[in-house]
Design a protein around this ligand. Structure first.
Ligand code: GTP
Ligand code: MG
Length: 162
């Protein structure tokens, strides 16, 4: 089975760890060793769309952002999680620029929609994104439809959305 590497980026507490755990149904081994924030390179594996996906949750804390480049090395696609309870922050602008530097498909999720919801088109306008970047609302906590969200990214990576 072909393997894909996908990395979830986003601001501190946006829900990256919760997202990968819910998708895989497994807990990360190495999470939360420091005040519950991600400080490691841990990942889960999921099988979807005929691919084995290595799904990494990156650290959101500024102190650990030095790990982003290592995580991004060799990635096939990325997810940017925005914390809808906070809105778009400077780190989201920074991460968009960072991800775009790798020239891989990415999708955006405005997470925590169970608490508050951001309008995808307002996000697109604020981040100045082209029309072909998919933007969704998700709840990593209680969404049962994260798999179809991932399908969309897989289709972006394999060119099926084109
Ligand atoms: N209500 C709600 N809470 C969420 C959701 N996703 C995550 N959370 C909560 O937000 C907090 C942070 O979640 P994490 O998954 O640790 O966030 P993270 O992005 O991995 O955080 P860092 O790795 O430290 O950057 C936890 O209390 C989660 O339970 C969501 O969709 N809805
Ligand atoms: Mg985390």
């Amino acid at each position: 089975m072909d393997a894909l590497k996908v990395v979830v980026f986003g601001a501190l507490n946006a829900g990256k760890t919760t997202f990968v755990e819910r998708l895989s149904g497994n807990e990360l081994f190495l999470k939360g060793e420091y005040e519950d924030i991600t400080t490691s390179f841990d990942f889960v594996q999921i099988e979807q769309g005929g691919f084995l996906i290595h799904l990494f949750a990156s650290p959101g804390h500024r102190r650990f952002s030095f790990m982003w480049e290592t995580l991004a090395t060799g990635m096939d696609g990325a997810i940017l999680l925005i914390d809808s309870t906070v809105g778009i922050t400077p780190v989201d602008f920074e991460l968009i620029k960072f991800i775009e530097g790798y020239d891989v498909p990415y999708v955006i999720a405005a997470n925590k929609e169970d608490i508050s919801r951001l309008d995808p088109e307002a996000i697109r306008a604020e981040l100045n994104l082209s029309g072909d970047i998919p933007i969704f609302n998700t709840s990593a906590l209680n969404d049962d439809d994260l798999a179809s969200f991932m399908d969309n990214l897989i289709n972006e990576i394999t060119g099926k959305n084109k």
